[in-house]
Ligand binder design. Sequence first.
Ligand code: GLU
Length: 330
Amino acid sequence: MKVKIILMTMLSFLVSSCLFLNNDRVIKIGTGSTAGIYYPTGKEISSLLETILHKEHVKVDYVSTGGSVYNIHAVLSGDMEFGIAQSDKQYLAWNGFGEWEKKGRQTKLRSVFSIHPESVLLIASLESGIYKTIDLVGKRVNLGNPGSGQLGNAMDVLEAYGLSEKNIIPEYLNASEAYERFLKNRIDAFFYTIGNPNDMVLNIVKQNKKINIIPLDSVSISRLVDKHSYYVEVEVPKKIYPTVLDTALKTFGVKATLVTSSDVDNHLVYLLTKAVFDNFERFKKSHPSHENLTVENCLMGLTAPIHPGALQYYNEKNLTRFIPSELIKE
Ligand code: GLU
């Protein structure tokens, strides 16, 4: 038994050393559209990780991608070491639902921590005459690109209102394309699941484009939250978009989370977790949507087991008491 433990320890040391022996290694973090918050979040995590790895000459790359669903696929296929993904997608992948229905449970998925809350926003131009979700009928509406988190959320909203893609003129654009088309009046409205405040909405307002952010009614929100355990009711305060909102916006939301795979070496995940939480005040300043983060709430909203490398850090800092026991499996 003792020999086995010594051998296992030597093996794990060798595996973690390999990370540093290969000077050409590029560690990739999947983010989202450059118009979103995942991108600057990935940039900050990369910079913190690169600082901790500086002597090793390992590069860390934050890659603009299609979003949550793309990132989970990339992490599980080994194309990327880390990815930012909505908590609902993490749940669906782990349980083999939604986009993973055909593939089944994604048991290699691991969580590292959660980040900012995201809300499902439906933004419409004033001239479109859209004031309620039901007004979307017959309009040009961007639901989101395949690979994004918002596509599934937008479909769930349509369903809650008894609508489908057939009742609208659907578009499947990424957030940057949606932004361009919206400003040129080539789409009437778009869905975006995003933290607040976000630059896309602020930039649209700066361009003097008149918009409405459409609230969801409480019956539909209850329907969504009751049907899907991973959704929560949220309110976006008026002060976040003072020139657009007359009152707090009622909608539903999820959390941004950082995911990885059980194939990614413990030491790398340990270092990334350490890089972020040892510099938590700096991380919080990296985007206004991170302002209210606490270490404790960064351990909530996760479904996949915590990666052992992250767990090592949480153990060291006595933080495991904040983690639901079912996430501590290995
Ligand atoms: N929630 C979006 C997605 O999963 C991305 C939002 C962002 O980039 O901040 O695709």
